[in-house]
Every structure is written in structure tokens, then in C-alpha cells.
Design a binder for this molecule. Structure first.
Ligand code: MN
Ligand code: MN
Length: 282
């Protein structure tokens, strides 16, 4: 369990919570290195204790201005199909209360079952996807549920009305064709000059793959793709966006490559600033 700078309150006293943290310690769909299953524990460890306060940069006090609880982890001891079903069910329960889930991955494959639950509560839904990779492979090594494929599945199933990908810099011709087919907007790293001011017409789900950040800022990921976003640039995109954020996942944090917990601290910072925007949209 975590305290998130004192913001997380006991579930038993707060059944009508507004924001729920949910861990999915799962990395069986990782194509290169395992380790992302340690993500939830790493975020909780770095955010618990006296290191951080509950105030965001934009002046939201997460301790006083909302009710945040930590629901613990999804049971990932079964096979991937079972884990995905349990993940979908756990997110469904949060959404049925009218609350906002903050999902700690896990590799990026978990976003597909999470958005299956969202489709029953928020339709149409826009998605803001931070990543070095478009995750639009139809399959990777024969697996259509690989962590390289979630956005292909999400678009095939019509779970998102609009997808904006920020920070991508490992794009194949097939990715481009698929993005074009589905109207995905790619804001490629090579084209980013100034702060992005994104505007979303529908409720927006943020899916944040930690490898969107440059490895200099976030070494604790399985796929090091240099030339990425600074932590500050990513925070600015979240702070500047116009729209109502209804969900967040933070995925691909691999603590085995994060000896000084820098990446976990960056993940927590991004969660915190996003939570502030959930509490106070603009
Ligand atoms: Mn990804
Ligand atoms: Mn990635």
C-alpha cells in the first residue's frame, strides 16, 4: 500500500472514493526483458514516507481536495487471459462507482483490458498515449496481445474515438499505415519544438509508457530509445491539455534497471500531476 505524499486514505473509511490506485504486476507479454511486474511496488515504495508532499505544481492538494485510495494489486498468478479478465473486472468496479482509476503496470499489454472496461462507461473516449513506440503491431512474434500491440487491438475494437500519440520515435511503415487507417494522430519526437497544447472533445484516458521519456530521465524501462521527452516536457503536456481526464495508466517501469529509483520517482511525479488535473480539469 502507498500513501502518495499523505494523499492515500484507508479504503475501509472511504468507500465513496474519487480516485483509486490499482496495481497490475504483470510482464508476461514483454517481448524483450521482463521486470515491469515490479512497477507497482516500485511506485508505492518511492511515494511512501516523508519524501513528498501531496500538493501538485498547479496548486491541488491531493490530501484535502479529493479522496484517493489504494485498492492493491490484481491477482496475476493465473495465465495472461485470467489476469486480463481480472484487470478488466477490477477497473469496471472502480468505474461503476463513478471514480477514476490510476493503474500501475505492468507491461503495456494491460491497457487493452483496461480500455475494454472503459468502453462500457466512457464512450466516446479519447486517448492520449505517451510512448517511444506506437504499439500498433498487428502481432509481435505471433502474439496479438503482446505489449507491442495494445493500440492495434484498441482501435480494431473501436474502444477509442481518437488517439493522440506523443513522443513516438520508433515507427515502422506498417505502423504509419495503421495510424492513417484509424486516424491516429502521431506527434513524433522529431517534430516536437514547443509545448504541446492538446485539446480533447471527449473524456480522455492517459496511457503513459515510461519509455516515452528519454533514457537519461527514465533509465528504468526495458526498451531504451534515446532522444525522448524530458520529464518536464511530459508534465507540461499534461498541465497544458484541455479536457477531462477520466483514467490513467503508467506502464513499462522496470525497477531492475532503475537502481536509484529515478524512473519510479518520475512515474510518481507524472501520476501526481495527472491526478491534480483529474481533480481540477480545464
Ligand atoms: Mn508501450
Ligand atoms: Mn514503449
Amino acid at each position: 500500500m502507498s500513501d502518495f505524499g499523505g494523499a492515500v486514505k484507508p479504503l475501509s473509511e472511504n468507500p465513496d472514493y474519487k480516485i483509486a490506485i490499482l496495481g497490475v504486476p504483470f510482464d508476461e507479454k514483454s517481448s524483450y526483458l521482463r521486470g515491469a511486474a515490479g512497477g507497482p511496488a516500485a511506485v508505492r515504495a518511492v511515494s511512501t514516507g516523508k519524501c513528498y508532499c501531496g500538493w501538485t505544481e498547479l496548486g491541488v492538494d491531493l490530501e484535502a481536495d479529493t479522496v484517493m485510495v489504494d485498492l492493491g494489486d490484481v491477482d496475476t498468478s493465473g495465465d495472461p487471459d485470467k489476469t486480463f479478465a481480472l484487470t478488466e473486472k477490477a477497473v469496471e468496479r472502480i468505474l461503476a462507482k463513478g471514480a477514476v482509476p490510476i493503474v500501475l503496470g505492468g507491461d503495456h499489454s494491460i491497457t487493452y483490458p483496461v480500455l475494454k472496461a472503459f468502453a462500457r462507461h466512457h464512450k466516446p473516449l479519447d486517448v492520449l498515449h505517451f510512448d517511444a513506440h506506437p504499439d500498433l503491431y498487428d502481432d509481435l512474434y505471433g502474439d496479438r496481445l503482446s505489449h507491442a500491440c495494445p493500440f492495434a487491438r484498441i482501435l480494431d475494437d473501436g474502444l477509442a474515438a481518437g488517439v493522440v500519440q506523443v513522443g513516438v520515435r520508433a515507427v515502422t511503415a506498417a505502423h504509419r499505415a495503421r495510424a492513417l487507417k484509424y486516424g491516429v494522430r502521431m506527434v513524433e519526437m522529431k517534430d516536437i519544438q514547443d509545448t504541446l497544447h492538446l485539446r480533447f472533445a471527449h473524456p480522455v484516458y492517459v496511457s503513459f509508457d515510461m519509455d516515452a521519456l528519454d533514457p537519461a530521465f527514465a533509465p528504468g524501462v526495458s526498451h531504451h530509445e534515446p532522444g525522448g521527452l524530458s520529464t518536464r516536457q511530459a508534465i507540461q503536456v499534461i498541465q497544458a491539455l484541455k479536457g477531462r481526464i477520466v483514467g490513467l495508466d503508467i506502464v513499462e517501469l522496470n525497477p531492475s534497471r532503475d537502481p536509484a529509483s529515478i524512473t519510479a520517482a518520475a512515474a510518481f511525479k507524472i501520476i501526481k500531476e495527472t491526478a491534480g488535473r483529474i481533480v481540477r480539469p480545464s
